[in-house]
Design a protein around this ligand. Structure first.
Ligand code: TRP
Length: 334
């Protein structure tokens, strides 16, 4: 029987902060399940991180530690291609070519550029501006069918489609035009102390990092914001009790219980027993991941080997696309 070719999926993650519960429940947890259906490429977008200043030692540490954490979360390096962006030079090479097919006006309209140039007003470098071009290169090099991203990256994937179509209309079918896949399956997790905003490393008190100790996690849940109406009742009401709803969502995602079941479980008990119960559920869910990541981090030879093999597999696919592009635009080949 003829084997059906799997569709290809690709996504990048910036190693710009330590991974947390929001990353895990919102994204990584679902990735491991896709591997049978798709051919998956995941990379650490280290080239993207230097658009804002990074501490070199920290960037180096996170680039390898996060690989350990992804593997510990269930991403099998034998089944997924896992690699570091800077190990595959074709990303930078294609980005230059694509930048000549991307309009200044298009880049000026990117909302992330506007936000980031306001936030880092002392360092509005051209990399911050051309960031979406590098991202388009990341995607188009692999002829990816689907690109799972958060809502905030949708505009960049749409620009990538425009660039691909523009290039194809001049040179023929060079690039696959990818579809963004906006993650609706994953839970959207909010900060424990700021339930109005996504869980974020920039608010560490309300952020549960994958490598946090059980004591850290316990303390953070103890201080989690519930609601201001003093109702002291575990009830799912996103509008009026966003803090409680967020905790319920975390608990539900980890235990598989419905909101009704959770309400029944804590009926008459109040937040005093609910908050620690969620904390314990998180501790138990994180424990095997943290322990496995700690074990892997000590095995640097293994992790380096994963990156080496990943870069090799990625370079093979990326190289084919880059050669085709160089030929199409007229670069003289030896
Ligand atoms: N820009 C993405 C983010 O900040 C990361 C990223 C870089 C990416 N290159 C990519 C995501 C290619 C998907 C595909 O989240």
């Amino acid at each position: 029987m003829e084997e059906v070719k799997k569709k290809r999926m690709l996504s990048g993650i910036q190693p710009s902060g330590d991974l947390h519960l929001g990353n895990y429940l919102g994204a990584i947890k679902n990735w491991a399940d896709r591997v049978d259906e798709y051919e998956c490429f995941y990379f650490m977008a280290d080239l993207h991180t230097i658009t804002v200043r990074q501490d070199p030692a920290e960037l180096r540490r996170r680039s390898i530690n996060q690989l350990a954490q992804y593997i510990a979360c269930g991403l099998d390096p034998e089944k997924n291609v896992l690699f570091l962006q800077s190990h595959v030079p074709a990303h930078s090479q294609l980005a230059w070519v694509l930048s000549c097919y991307t309009m200044f006006g298009e880049l000026s309209r990117m909302t992330q550029f506007k936000d980031k140039s306001a936030k880092y007003s002392d360092n509005i470098n051209s990399g911050l501006f051309t960031y979406p071009v590098l991202m388009a290169a990341d995607i188009l090099l692999y002829q990816a069918d689907y690109v799972p991203v958060g809502e905030d990256q949708k505009q960049h994937v749409e620009l990538c489609r425009d660039i691909a179509q523009r290039f194809n209309s001049v040179y023929g079918d060079v690039f696959k035009v990818p579809e963004p896949l906006i993650n609706k399956v994953g839970a959207r997790i909010y900060g424990l102390t700021t339930p109005g905003a996504k869980m974020s490393k920039s608010v560490p008190d309300g952020c549960v990092f994958l490598m946090d100790s059980p004591d850290d996690i316990r303390r953070k849940f103890k201080r989690a914001v519930t609601d201001s109406d003093r109702e002291n009742c575990v009830r799912f009401d996103k509008e009026n009790k966003p803090g409680v709803a967020n905790l319920m969502n975390i608990y539900s995602t980890l235990t598989g219980k419905t909101m009704e079941q959770i309400e029944a479980e804590f009926a008459g008990q109040g937040y005093g027993s609910f908050k620690p119960a969620v904390g314990e559920a998180v501790i138990e869910a994180m424990r095997p991941i943290r322990e496995e990541a700690e074990r892997l981090i000590k095995d640097k030879a293994y992790l380096d080997d994963v990156y080496r093999k990943g870069a090799e597999a990625a370079s093979y696919v990326a190289g084919k696309t880059l050669r085709k592009v160089y030929k199409k635009v007229g670069f003289y080949q030896l």
